[in-house]
Design a protein around this ligand. Structure first.
Ligand code: NPG
Length: 377
């Protein structure tokens, strides 16, 4: 799909990075660990017209991906931002080619790209959704539920989210906390839209255990094997009735195309941070849509910045499954935007203002900042 409303060039005067610590409403446990505070990097692009905001979704430790906060901070300040400031005047769609010589670091690149795109769209008065090709004004909201103390605590947690109105439940699993947890949720709530996320915790040797999940009629199983296990995922997909969805493995549109060719997945989770930005995310959406592969928008515990952008992305026509685009209150008592995303009838609204369509709360931003650095031309 061509970009619906083009984003004009910006004159980039500087970039500010901040490391933020946002306390979570409750600890979030996955197969790779427990987080009680979300550490994230917020990016502010200073341009001659408008400031733009982005978010680098790395975590403190390289457990979900090889990227992590201090590494992102270093590569951004040492290489990526100087290369961008050197160009000075550039269109958002040119940012990828300026950063391309630097291998990897997709989350860092995605955050910088979003800030520049936001500045451009704000100055032109274009909402991000209109730029990306959104066709909906609100998106159905799924929720990701961390591993709890035991299956009965999990059932209690899920009940709370269903009561709030979330339209799809995703539970985290790991070896030893898979079949009984899933059975408990199915038994308690019947035929709700339910899926599981393994975050790479299994190997092909676990195929028999994973096949036991088939009896629960899940929407999908997400990322059972390692990031680079495309061939093993294809083998596993042959042995399961549950559709296999890839998350960590899909680091680019090339990886998505390879996964589809190999039969490694029949559903794809798109996260702009993981794939290097929202424009690459749209490319993956386009290729999956052409191939008849459903996609949904993943989440990385984003602040109000990334959450607004994810709502815009999830409003594209190929996003046919509810995403992890939940209300800000799912994770945070206090967000850094003045109007955090809320749940309305199981949906989150796509912002309609220019750019991200959300305004930063300067006091909250300052209160949660633990490090700050600005580079100017
Ligand atoms: O709703 O933002 C959300 C969280 C969804 O479970 C979620 N994210 O593996 O997809 C994941 C997981 C995650 C969060 C991974 C943060 C890495 C960092």
């Amino acid at each position: 799909m061509p970009i619906a409303q083009p984003a004009p060039k910006v004159a980039l005067e500087g970039i500010e990075l901040r490391v933020l610590h946002l306390p979570l409403v409750s600890p979030f446990t996955t197969s790779f660990g427990t987080e009680a505070v979300r550490e994230v990097i917020v990016v502010r692009a200073l341009t001659s017209d408008a400031d733009g905001w982005g978010e680098i979704v790395t975590q403190e430790s390289p457990l979900y991906s090889s990227e992590y906060t201090q590494g992102a901070w270093d590569v951004a300040l040492r290489f990526l931002i100087p290369a961008l400031l050197d160009r000075h005047t550039l269109a958002p769609e040119e940012v990828a080619s300026v950063l391309e010589p630097f291998v990897g670091h997709r989350m860092s690149k995605a955050g910088l790209k979003l800030a520049i795109l936001d500045a451009s769209l704000r100055s032109a008065g274009i909402p991000l959704g209109a730029h990306l090709g959104a066709v909906r004004d609100r998106v159905p909201s799924g929720v990701s539920v961390g591993i709890q103390r035991d299956p009965s605590a999990l059932v209690d947690a899920v009940r709370g989210y269903l009561d709030e109105g979330y339209v799809r439940i995703k539970i985290k699993i790991k070896p030893g906390r898979d079949i009984a947890d899933t059975a408990a949720v199915r038994d308690a709530f019947g035929d709700i839209p339910l899926q599981v996320d393994a975050n790479s915790a299994y190997t092909l040797a676990d195929a028999d255990t994973l096949a036991e999940l088939d009896r629960f009629g899940l929407l999908l199983i997400e990322q059972p094997l390692q990031e680079d296990d495309l061939v093993d995922h294809a083998s596993l997909a042959q042995r399961l009735r549950t559709p296999v969805c890839l998350d960590e493995s899909i680091v680019s549109s090339k990886a998505a195309a390879d996964a589809l060719t190999l039969g490694s997945a029949s559903v794809i989770n798109i996260k702009a941070g993981r794939v290097g930005g929202y424009l690459e995310a749209v490319r993956i959406h386009d290729l999956c849509r052409a191939a008849g592969i459903p996609v949904w928008c993943g989440g990385m515990l984003e602040t109000g910045i990334g959450r607004a952008a994810n709502a815009a992305l999830a409003a594209l026509p190929g996003f046919t499954l509810p995403g992890d685009v939940s209300a800000s209150s799912r994770f945070y008592d206090r967000d850094i935007v003045t109007e955090p995303a809320v749940l309305e009838d199981g949906h989150v609204r796509v912002p309609t203002g220019a750019g991200l369509g959300v305004e930063i709360d300067p006091v909250a931003l300052e209160d949660m900042t633990v490090a700050r650095e600005v580079l100017r031309r």
